[in-house]
Design a protein around this ligand. Structure first.
Ligand SMILES: Nc1nc2c(ncn2[C@@H]2O[C@H](COP(=O)(O)OP(=O)(O)O)[C@@H](O)[C@H]2O)c(=O)[nH]1
Ligand SMILES: [Mg+2]
Length: 369
């Protein structure tokens, strides 16, 4: 084999030289980007260095290798896709599910019915350990027949509802000042407007706004726009002193809804600031979390914010996902969780609902009736 080193400012230029010397049978043995020239380490120029080889009598590749290259590589996911796409009758669907379940039940010693529930929970992005726990607690799901899956459905609901028993529901608060905290873009400002409208219209409350989200001009303007439409006073606090001052000034109002900056929740300084600006005895904190968050992030965020004392959760963007496992993951991982509201759209004020256990169970079980 003949070997030669080339250097040029770009790959196409190197390849041009290589082809000129060795033709199209050349083999690239090594290529790297290097810096050369320059003055005192500045203005260096990037170069591509290529070591190319050419074998005038190459060993012919074995036929087998050629065949392997042509044959499609079958991946697990592709098989699953194939099966998923193939048209199947309802009965076949049931049989298929039972068969698939049977093939895996040995792993956890689950009955086929339990396996179906387990798989459903996993599809909902319930974390595996939690799903297994839920399946194993409560009554045995019994034996599901191919024609009638109602007992299985009932068992699913029973198990989910049992797990949700520990959940507190409803937008309660113990203080005049209610802070809405959470990551950027989850819907804090939009939800505050929805809640304010509801408090004014349905509960006849006197509502005021304070925003601590002064990082972006647009964020302040967004809250001001809602404030204008709803005829609600709004104050912008740039520091702790101003925040305290505005809280004092707004004492005549029934509630002061406080919008906060959605900074990186992993930044401890941010959480320390939040904790430092107001005494925990003076404030009810609602953590706003998007249902579209990945299960692990969802739990991590809750864990981080819990340090400042979270009274309840507002779950947003229910309309943007079909996986509701985050609810079960949260209830299973932290005790005393409250869900204040669930929001399901961008429209203010209508896209917000009061959660109920039955409704949450229906969401999670993917059963809309
Ligand atoms: N689909 C959907 N979008 C929402 C929901 N709540 C808020 N949004 C949208 O999410 C985006 C960010 O909302 P915003 O209130 O500014 O989030 P913030 O950064 O947490 O204050 C906006 O486009 C909202 O209209 C919801 O429940 N569903
Ligand atoms: Mg905002």
């Amino acid at each position: 084999m003949k070997i030669k080193k080339y250097k040029a400012p770009s790959m196409p230029e190197v390849m041009k030289q290589v082809r000129k010397d060795f033709g199209t049978d050349a083999v690239i043995l090594q290529s790297r980007q290097i810096k050369s020239g320059g003055i005192l380490g500045l203005f260096k120029k990037n170069y591509i260095e290529v070591v190319a080889g050419y074998d005038p009598e190459p060993v012919k590749p074995a036929k087998k290798a050629a065949i392997r290259k042509e044959a499609p590589v079958l991946k697990k996911e592709m098989v699953r896709e194939e099966i998923k796409d193939a048209p199947r009758s309802k009965e076949m669907e049931q049989v298929y599910k039972l068969l698939e379940a049977q093939s895996r039940q040995l792993q956890f010693r689950l009955t086929p019915e339990e396996q179906i529930i387990y798989d459903g929970l996993i599809q909902q992005e319930v974390l595996p350990d939690i799903a297994l726990n839920i399946v194993k607690e409560g009554n045995d799901p019994g034996t599901a027949s191919q024609e009638d899956s109602s007992t299985l459905k009932q068992a699913v609901h029973e198990k989910i509802e049992k797990r949700l028993e520990g959940l507190e529901l409803g937008f309660t608060y113990n203080h005049k000042v209610i802070q809405f905290v959470g990551p950027t873009g989850v819907g804090k400002t939009t939800t505050i407007a929805k809640i304010a409208a509801r408090m004014q219209l349905a509960e006849n409350k006197k509502v005021a706004f304070i925003t601590l989200d002064t990082y972006r001009i647009a964020a302040v303007e967004q809250l001001k726009t809602y404030a204008k439409i709803l005829h609600i006073p709004v104050q912008v606090a740039y520091n702790k002193q101003e925040y305290r001052k505005y809280i004092e000034q707004l004492q005549d109002y029934d509630v002061i809804l406080v919008d906060t900056a959605g900074r990186n929740y992993r930044d401890d300084a941010y959480l320390n600031d939040l904790a430092d600006w107001i005494n925990p005895d003076e404030v009810t904190n609602y953590l706003v979390l998007s249902m579209t968050a990945k299960p692990k992030d969802f739990l991590d965020i809750y864990g981080k914010f819990d340090a400042i004392g979270i009274h309840g959760l507002i779950l947003t963007k229910l309309d943007e996902t079909e996986q509701y496992g985050n609810i079960l993951n949260a209830v299973s991982s932290y005790s005393g969780i409250r869900i204040g509201y669930i929001t399901n759209g961008q429209d203010v004020p209508e896209d917000m609902v009061d959660p109920t256990i039955k409704q949450l169970s229906r969401f999670i079980a993917g059963d809309e009736q």
